[in-house]
Design a protein around this ligand. Structure first.
Ligand code: ADP
Length: 288
């Protein structure tokens, strides 16, 4: 707590009225600490590829100068590090833009079936490179939602990217879209698995939703990691994906802006399902 006192009225005999303000500083402190942690993490994440780039520049100028084979190899690694830095900066910018307008309700009309197909087409090269099979199962006649199309593309893309990235060669990824009467509690997909709600919508009673599920039969995620998945820069240790660790944080903020819900269900060795619930407009929901 922090107290501020200010005289309101003073008479000849001295102070007559005083206003005292007591402010709970815990929230402000926590926000400040989170901001400082975020800056420290972001700087560290940018510094790592930058240090590697600087190191290779030095090697190229000295030892590898007259060795064309080594030079090509180092230039290849440098290009990868530069791509990594660019991806990180893009994700950081996306996150800050989303956070800035998180309180403004999106107003566009988004055809999710079309959007899902566009994302699948865009990730086709990655799918082919990884040798993963992808199927879509879109219920016909699902009503459009009110939303921000670019941001919803990013949500679907991040989830599909992860599913493809973490699933071994020959694995299967499935994307589905269907109506949902409400946000179902996340269920464990099997006895060894566990389900968790990463974001619960603040929705009125009777609100109808559509649900986009992205399911893979990859390695799954251990129970202890689930609650932290949507934290910025959180990655399951030992998984070298080259990702930024910001993908699910972006998903959570966008879904929050849309007043939707996000759940994860996972079983180690069996796979993972992320479900995004998006509310239907009230008039449409009433007819549904
Ligand atoms: P990243 O850029 O590292 O993929 P994300 O925020 O998208 O960051 O994901 C956070 C972490 O969650 C990942 O590093 C990975 O460990 C884990 N993860 C996300 N999706 C999956 C999935 N489909 N299967 C297994 N692990 C996953």
């Amino acid at each position: 707590w922090r107290a501020f006192a200010r005289p309101l009225e003073a008479g000849p005999e001295g102070l007559r009225r005083l206003v005292v303000v007591l402010r709970d500083e815990t929230d402000a402190r926590r926000t400040e600490r989170m901001r400082a942690d975020f800056l420290a993490n972001a700087s560290h994440e940018l510094r790592t590829p930058l240090a590697s780039l600087a190191g290779f520049v030095e090697t190229l100028r000295t030892h590898a100068k007259d060795d064309p084979e080594a030079r090509d190899k180092f230039l290849g690694i440098m290009a990868q590090q530069a791509t990594r830095m660019a991806r990180l900066v893009d994700d950081l910018l996306s996150l800050s833009r989303i956070e800035l307008n998180e309180h403004i309700a999106p107003s566009g009309k988004v055809e999710l079936a079309r959007t899902i197909q566009d994302v699948v087409d865009a990730v086709r090269p990655l799918i082919e490179e990884r040798g993963v099979n992808i199927t879509t199962d879109v219920r016909p006649g699902v009503t459009p939602v009110t939303g921000d199309r670019d941001q919803l593309v990013q949500v679907i893309q991040n989830l599909v990217d992860n599913a493809v990235k973490y699933t071994p060669k020959g694995g299967a990824v499935r994307i589905s879209l269907e109506p949902a009467a409400s946000v179902e509690a996340a269920r464990a997909p099997s006895r060894s698995g566990v389900g968790l709600s990463l974001l619960s919508p603040d929705a009125p009673e009777g609100q109808a939703f559509v649900v986009i599920r992205v399911t893979d039969d990859g390695p799954g995620i251990a129970r202890q990691h689930l609650p932290r998945l949507s934290e910025r820069f959180y990655r399951v240790e030992g998984q070298r994906s080259g990702g930024t660790g910001l993908g699910l944080a972006i998903v959570k903020h966008v879904v929050n802006r849309h007043r939707g819900g996000l759940t994860v269900e996972s079983a180690e060795g069996e796979g993972t399902t992320f479900s995004v619930y998006l509310p239907l407009a009230p008039a449409v929901a009433a007819q549904a």
